[in-house]
Design a protein around this ligand. Structure first.
Ligand code: N01
Length: 493
């Protein structure tokens, strides 16, 4: 690794989605310029660059789904479509002057902690680096989960994952299957149903669907967002507070969940004519156990004459058909895999090797996927995992957590500089104590006792994805780098 071509940086940011881009901007605002962002794709945007499926959009209101330091009066709708968010991120990267800090089409291939040097040795598809600190901002919903279904590799038609939409494939007039009924599928199904000849939607688990309140903004409103001082901040605060109440549904008081389930049942009655279909889409778990879906068009699309909801499991895929477990064979020209992502088992975690020679994945296999305050891990000095274990939110804007973690990271790096420190590593006892306090809260949530499985759970059945409390409490917890929880070493001359 120590060839002359190896470039040293103080901070290497891996990934340029919302987390990595935001970190780059805040580092440069704090006068820290010795950093680079490597991005495996051709541009910034992360999940909002990759998910280009028909109907893709955000189910968190636009004014909250923006950086606090880059409000956007130009949002065209109350809930933004994917192309607008992707464009917003590109514009922000230009406006804050961090594009030239990026190396695009550059994938991390390995990062190993160098104990003697007190730094990371890093291999990428575009050369070697060393770095004092790594910010892993690779994204939670970045690695498509491709289902291991018998015969799937023998399928001869078009087949692709929702996050890798093949825009060259024509679905118009074709027999199409969508596998999965999560947040991606509820947007895809209504978008393609009117154009395909026939659509089979394979549902493994029915999930609660809530009303979608999206509407275009009037010109007058957009004018006001631009001209009325504080208006956007006020709207953000109102949306933030309303969304924060959702956590009560999932963490605290079940009666609010019962009320929302009543809304869900009413929606089914109102939007679905076929009683058999209504029976099939009625969830068996408590609302919020899986991420609530948001759509006014999904049930209507399932109720169309050219759409069938298949609830018998998939037994096999053949060259031109899908066979369900009841033995029915359905011909199909194209398959869309709306089957979600690797989260706790993301392949990204195989790339980082810590002080004891184990990768993050190996450590997680042995001890469970746990971190300290959702971002640092014992045995892995000088690295931050953005949106790491138990720092996700499923009811409000993830950008709120991202900006909270950026505060912590920037404070950590400046503290290390001010104190002339070389390395930090969270103490194992601090990490264990933190998680021991977190788990009883988690045990009360609907995510673990609501009668479902979901991508929130790791392979040990623990919810290692979500933060089980109000998001403002998370922000308060990481407002400054608590160096006492860390072992540190001093720089040598
Ligand atoms: O993925 P998912 P997603 N055979 O994991 C099914 C965010 N997001 O891409 O429920 C058959 O939710 C699986 O079935 P089951 C949001 O945070 C946001 O839809 O496991 N089926 C499920 O139905 C979201 O939570 C937005 O039984 C299989 C589906 O595939 C996250 O992304 C939009 C299967 C996967 O659902 C992920 O959403 C889109 C198999 N082998 C995404 N394997 C918005 O803001 C999996 N499934 C609107």
């Amino acid at each position: 690794m120590s060839s002359n071509d190896t470039r040293h940086v103080q901070v290497m940011i891996v990934g340029s989605g919302l987390s990595g881009l935001g970190t780059a901007i805040r580092l440069s605002q704090r006068g820290l310029s010795d950093f680079v962002v490597i991005e495996r794709g051709p541009d910034v945007g992360g999940t909002w660059r990759d998910n280009t499926y028909p109907g893709a959009g955000c189910d968190v209101p636009s004014h909250l789904y923006s950086y606090s330091f880059a409000l956007n009066p130009e949002w065209s709708r109350s809930f933004s479509p994917q192309p607008e968010i992707e464009q917003y991120l590109r514009t922000v990267s230009e406006r804050f002057g961090v594009r030239d800090k990026h190396i695009f089409d550059c994938a991390l291939t390995a990062a190993r902690w160098n104990e003697a040097g007190g730094r990371w040795d890093i291999e990428t598809s575009r050369g070697s680096f060393t770095a004092d600190f790594i910010v892993s901002a690779a994204g939670v919903l970045a690695e498509p989960n491709l289902p291991d279904i018998k015969g799937i590799s023998s399928f001869e038609g078009e087949i692709f994952h929702s996050a890798r939409w093949n825009h060259d494939a024509t679905l118009t007039g074709k027999k199409v299957a969508v596998i999965g009924t999560g947040s991606s599928a509820v947007q895809i199904v209504p978008s393609i149903a009117p154009e395909v000849a026939h659509l089979d939607v394979y549902q493994r688990t029915a999930t609660w669907v809530m009303p979608q309140l999206s509407r275009p903004y009037l010109r007058l409103e957009r004018f006001a967002f631009k001209r009325v001082p504080g208006l956007q901040r006020l709207i953000r605060a109102l949306i933030y507070t309303t969304r924060e109440l959702f956590v009560i549904t999932q963490v605290k008081y079940p009666w609010t969940g019962i009320a929302l389930e009543a809304v869900g049942r009413f929606k089914m009655r109102f939007e679905i004519r076929d009683p058999e279909l209504r029976r099939k889409v009625l969830p068996k778990h408590r609302i919020g156990c899986k991420r609530m879906l948001v759509s006014n068009k999904f049930y209507g699309a399932l109720d169309r004459d050219n759409v069938d909801l298949v609830t018998d499991g998939i037994a096999e895929v053949r060259s031109g058909s899908i066979v369900s477990e009841d033995g029915t064979e359905r011909e199909v020209d194209a398959i869309v895999l709306a089957t979600g992502f690797h989260v706790a088992d993301s392949p990204t975690f195989n790339l980082y090797t810590g002080r004891d020679g184990r990768t993050v994945s190996e450590a997680a296999d042995a001890e469970g996927y746990q971190m300290y305050k959702g971002t640092t891990v014992a045995n892995f000095p000088n690295i931050f995992f953005m949106l790491g274990a138990n720092s996700g939110l499923n009811y409000t804007s993830l950008i709120y957590v991202i900006e909270s973690q950026i505060n912590y990271i920037v404070d950590a790096i400046t503290t290390m500089e001010q104190r002339n420190l070389q390395s930090f590593e969270v103490r194992l006892d601090a990490q264990v104590e933190y998680n021991e306090k977190l788990q009883p809260k988690m045990a009360r949530t609907v995510w673990v006792n609501g009668g479902c499985t979901s991508w929130f759970l790791d392979k040990h059945g623990n919810n290692s994805a979500l933060w089980p409390d109000f998001s403002f409490r998370y922000r308060r917890m990481v407002r400054e780098f608590d160096i006492d929880a860390y072992d540190t070493t001093t720089k040598t001359l």
